[in-house]
Design a protein. Structure first.
Length: 305
């Protein structure tokens, strides 16, 4: 009887621990810490890296705020919901929290949040709303594969240069605020239908639209991006050959250096120039024919009158 009772108690204890989740502490935390280096303030030495990937962690204890000298954190592939304990680490440079269960990131909206953070990867979480981010030095933000349908309320950090929204259900950029800092925008495999708002991002050099079913006329919007040099685009015509597709892109965007990961060649530029000239000649001929038709019609009406 006692043995059975102990077994049941052990089972209850195990179930309770499972329900409570897995905290990043004890041996798990000790194994995750590494890279002892001189502290940023020069006062001594401390752990500067925390790596705990795919360990089933659900909870970050508040005690992690005491590890103030951490600079690099990778907690990807867990089941974490709340990043608040990491939000005030004064020297953190990179934070990879991809593949968790995070829904709310308002902990990064406070003025004192992560003043030196350079890279934030929150891909493959459950984020549906992106709030104002107060991360003053954040340059790279990845929000891929989150259920984001709008950027309403998003106020980007002042130093942001790379924004990735791959694989989100985002259909429009209408709520994206203007930016003079963003140089790379990744929107591949989204249901994007129009690119009008890109005109408010004049510094864009790299644009990823692979797998986006854009209407053909939308490529003309990209002409308004004077610094655009690299694009990834997918043809909506399954029968169009890659060579012809690249030529069509270069006809509209002759300043490009890279298309779909391959450098633009001098031969491609020549072919695109010839295509552009042929199209211009065809348009002139059509315009002249239309003018001639209108003149004949006008002359006929005058004669009849």
């Amino acid at each position: 009887m006692a043995r059975g009772r102990r077994a049941r108690e052990a089972g209850d204890s195990s179930a309770g621990a499972e329900a409570a989740g897995t905290l990043l502490r004890g041996d798990l935390l000790h194994k995750a810490l590494g890279d002892v280096s001189r502290t940023a303030d020069g006062s001594g030495y401390a752990f500067t890296r925390l790596t705990c990937c795919g360990k089933g962690v659900t909870t970050l204890p508040n005690a992690l705020q005491l590890y103030v000298h951490l600079r690099y954190i990778d907690i990807s592939g867990n089941r974490i919901r709340d990043l608040t304990p990491f939000s005030r680490l004064p020297y953190l440079l990179t934070l990879n929290a991809a593949g968790n269960q995070i829904e709310d990131i308002t902990c990064f909206s406070f003025p004192e949040a992560l003043p030196y953070l350079f890279l934030l990867n929150l891909s493959s979480n459950k984020i549906s709303r992106v709030p104002r981010l107060a991360l003053q030095r954040l340059a790279r933000l990845a929000l891929d594969a989150n259920p984001i349908t709008t950027l309403e309320g998003f106020v980007q950090p002042p130093s942001l240069t790379h924004l990735s929204l791959r694989g989100t259900p985002l259909e429009t950029l209408d709520s994206l605020p203007p930016s003079d800092t963003i140089t790379s925008l990744y929107l591949s495999h989204t249901p994007m239908q129009q690119l009008r708002q890109l005109q408010q991002l004049p510094q864009i050099k790299t644009l990823d639209l692979e797998g986006v079913p854009l209407p053909p006329d939308q490529i003309n919007v990209l002409v308004q991006l004077p610094k655009l040099r690299e694009v990834c685009l997918s043809s909506t015509d399954p029968y169009m050959e890659e060579e012809h597709f690249r030529a069509e892109i270069l006809r509209v965007l002759p300043r490009l250096h890279w298309i779909n990961g391959s450098a633009v060649t001098s031969d491609e530029l020549k072919a695109a120039r010839a295509l552009r000239e042929a199209n211009a000649q065809r348009e002139n001929e059509l315009s002249e024919a239309q003018n001639e038709k209108e003149e004949k019609q006008e002359s006929k009406e005058n004669t009849a009158g």
